[in-house]
Design a protein around this ligand. Structure first.
Ligand SMILES: [Mn+2]
Length: 428
């Protein structure tokens, strides 16, 4: 038996940092690829573990593509089994009720565990599921599974579908205790919510997050796509199939010695080209490769580097056939050329104070001065995020986080630039 498993499509959304005019930017593109893959491989069922539709009035955008997909699967004799997550707890039941499909099953409505035996071409498949009843759920639904009287047939291949958080026990999105899964049946669990694909346990039971099949932002790097599950008796395995047309990557670039703008540019383009070519084997389905570049090393002009990279987000080059590489942003972590930062930090001068701040930030120390600077930086980030001009960034989650960590990162970058400036102005 072959089952295709996915979750967290967020239909209605678009991948960020990809032109909105590209059909690949919309999640509908990957949804259609999933349907085609299911039909071409004659899978026995499609399993979806919640957040299939994105919240925020995406109902109208999502309903058409979702129903067309269901209809294609129906004509190919492929049943769909799903549960709803925190994004589609209300919308998914509506969409199902809107049309009566015999082959589409939504399990565990109203937060009540449910099991169902699905007739597939490969035989009977037992599926257990639980759906979000509201947007927030602060308790672990696995605590209720034992008392749910599911009357499972232990001789049937059985898969569990669930949406929740295995990594945060205080989550408002169904915190899950990894030790609370029943031991033998189901043999495998497809879990939704976390967008990064991850296999959490290999056997008894097999537990995994298929992740979002289309990478949606730079926070979701690496290969994305649904998982093809193979069922042989009581044994279940799964393999990821890279289908996402968008891929996000972060690479480092040491700029030490790249002292002219053209030398720096050569090194940057060379690094991106090399990385793309090295990963060409995984890029067959990727049409947009979006890079974050972290500059490292030391350089006489840290602020000059920032100027040289100002227009880097205009970079757009087809580096291997049908894969266009772009730069989303350049993060400047370059240190100014200083003979001895520790010595400099002892001096009661502006460069000395900056050197001290840099060292403290690098070592994670929090002196009263650093704490005050971080707090002020956080306030400024908040002001910028709230400004009307930057609101469009919000939709794509492109705003800088208003956290200590993000404020410290920005402060360090600025301190290094400023120290480089001050030292270069000093009469030698
Ligand atoms: Mn979710």
């Amino acid at each position: 038996m072959k089952l295709l498993a996915s979750a967290d499509l967020h239909l209605g959304k678009q991948s960020s940092n990809v032109p909105a005019s590209d059909s690949e930017s919309s999640v509908t593109f990957t949804w259609n690829r999933i349907i085609r893959l299911a039909v071409d491989n004659s899978v026995d069922a499609l399993l979806l573990s919640g957040d299939i539709v994105d919240r925020d009035n995406r109902f109208f955008e999502a309903i058409g593509p979702l129903q067309r997909g269901f209809e294609k699967l129906g004509s190919a004799g492929i049943p769909v089994v799903m549960v709803s997550g925190n994004h589609d707890y209300d919308v998914l039941p509506d969409i199902i009720k809107n049309r009566e499909y015999d082959h589409v099953h939504l399990l565990g409505e109203k937060g009540e565990w449910e099991s169902k035996i699905i007739e597939t071409r490969g035989g009977e498949l037992q599926v257990v599921g639980w759906s979000f009843p509201t947007q927030h759920v602060g308790v672990d639904p696995l605590q209720q599974i034992k008392g749910a009287n599911l009357n499972l047939d232990p001789n049937l291949p059985t898969v569990g579908l669930l949406h929740g958080d295995l990594f945060d026990q205080k989550s408002q999105y169904a915190p899950l205790d990894s030790t609370a899964f029943p031991v033998s049946t189901p043999q495998a669990w497809v879990i939704g919510h976390i967008h990064k694909p991850a296999v959490l346990r290999e056997t008894s039971p097999f537990i995994f997050y298929p992740g979002s099949p289309q990478a949606l932002s730079s926070k979701e790097p690496g290969v994305h796509g649904p998982f093809m599950m193979t069922v042989e008796g009581q044994n279940m395995t799964a393999e990821q199939i890279g289908l996402s047309p968008v891929r996000y990557e972060t690479i480092e670039l040491d700029v030490t010695g790249a002292d002219s703008e053209s030398a720096f540019r050569d090194r940057l383009v060379h690094q991106i080209t090399e990385h793309t070519q090295e990963n060409a084997g995984e890029l067959e389905k990727v049409s947009r490769l979006v890079y974050d570049v972290v500059l490292t090393g030391s350089h006489p002009s840290v602020s000059g580097l920032s100027k040289w990279t100002q227009l880097a987000d205009q970079f757009e080059q087809e580096l291997i056939p049908e894969t266009v590489a772009t730069i989303r942003k350049v993060v400047n972590k370059v240190r100014p050329v200083v003979e001895n930062l520790e010595e400099l930090a002892k001096q009661p001068t502006p460069p000395g104070l900056l050197a001290k701040t840099i060292l403290e930030l690098e070592q994670g120390k929090k002196s009263p001065l650093v704490a005050e600077l971080v707090s002020k930086m956080k306030d400024r980030i908040g002001e910028v995020n709230r400004a009307g001009t930057y609101q469009p960034l919000n939709r794509f989650e492109e705003q800088r986080d208003q956290t200590d960590e993000s404020a410290e990162e920005l402060l360090l970058e600025q301190s290094r630039q400023l120290l480089g400036e001050l030292l270069s102005q000093k009469v030698q």
